[in-house]
Design a protein around this ligand. Structure first.
Ligand code: NAP
Length: 267
């Protein structure tokens, strides 16, 4: 495949999987495709093309990989909260002159009925939750932001936490009262409605991830008047960015044709 352009997709998201599938279907043998995963989930999705797993060793390691694997262009389709790998991709592509596109999920839009509390970090989220649920008897909170940062909620000993995770954790979580609920998106609206109602959820803590796969909980919370404490996204990396798979495919097509395509630039 020496003469075939090589696309590296930084993945670990549903969007990265869809992009790999769509690129494979559209460009076939005209494109060498590699997806890179951090290795966080025990049962990663099956992907077309090659798959490599594990960190590169910072931006220098990624730059070395881009050179060694003869990568022609890169699409960063990682999660909007995966800020370290995106910064590394920006630096590595800058130093190797490998063109880079970010596939950035659209933000969720606030609508009538939403009760959102947008916070900058888990400490602020814990403070907001404490005030929100003060003087209530055993309120229940659905936590969907992953297991990182849970220690900030440890002092909230009068709350029952439902912690939704892809893989069950290896060790006890740093919370007084909790239950782990296994779950991997995409989630349907019916399922989220039922979860919130059956477990009598009083509040949700989540990341402002955006995109369709995990939006159903936001819609169900809107319907049921449940407050959402939402951790804000880190700022995106500067550079070319698109919001959907079709636009990313057009970017690849333009690169294969050697045509310059006008895309939105984040500065
Ligand atoms: P992060 O903080 O940005 O990355 C930490 C380190 O993990 C990076 O410096 C890199 O190690 C390695 N890494 C991350 N993504 C990688 C990838 N796609 N391929 C190879 N190495 C990768 O990322 P994170 O928040 O821990 O997320 C890890 C992965 O889970 C990402 O791929 C992301 O798309 C996915 N994910 C994250 C979230 C979230 O909320 N953060 C949610 C859903 C999925 P080196 O420096 O050694 O290269």
């Amino acid at each position: 495949m020496a003469d075939v352009p090589h696309l590296l997709i930084l993945g670990g998201t549903g969007e990265a999987k869809s992009l790999a599938e769509a690129a494979s279907a559209r460009f076939g043998e005209r494109l060498q495709l590699t997806s890179s995963l951090a290795g966080r989930t025990r049962r990663p999705h099956r992907l077309p093309g090659e798959v490599r797993v594990g960190g590169f060793g910072g931006s220098d390691g990624l730059a070395a990989y881009l050179r060694a694997a003869n990568v022609t262009f890169l699409i960063d389709a990682t999660h909007p909260f995966a800020a370290a790998i995106s910064a590394n991709a920006g630096a590595a592509c800058g130093s190797t002159a490998v063109p880079r596109l970010q596939l950035l999920r659209p933000m969720w839009r606030r609508a009538p009925g939403d009760i959102w509390f947008e916070v900058d970090d888990v400490t602020a989220a814990a403070g907001r939750l404490q005030v929100l649920l003060a003087f209530r008897t055993w309120p229940t909170v659905l936590m969907t932001q992953g297991t990182g940062g849970l220690a900030a909620f440890r002092t909230l000993a009068d709350i029952r936490f439902l912690v939704r995770v892809i893989d069950p954790p290896d060790r006890p979580l740093p919370l007084e009262h909790y239950e782990v609920i296994p779950g991997r998106g995409p989630f349907t609206l019916d399922r989220e409605r039922a979860l919130l109602a059956e477990r009598a959820v009083d509040a949700i803590v989540c990341k402002a991830s955006g995109g369709a796969a995990t939006e159903a909980k936001i819609l169900a919370a809107r319907e049921q008047g449940i407050p959402v404490v939402m951790l804000q996204r880190p700022p995106p990396e500067p550079g070319e960015a698109v919001q959907d798979i079709d636009a990313a495919l057009d970017w690849i097509a333009a690169k294969l044709l050697g045509i310059k395509l006008a895309t939105k630039k984040i500065s």
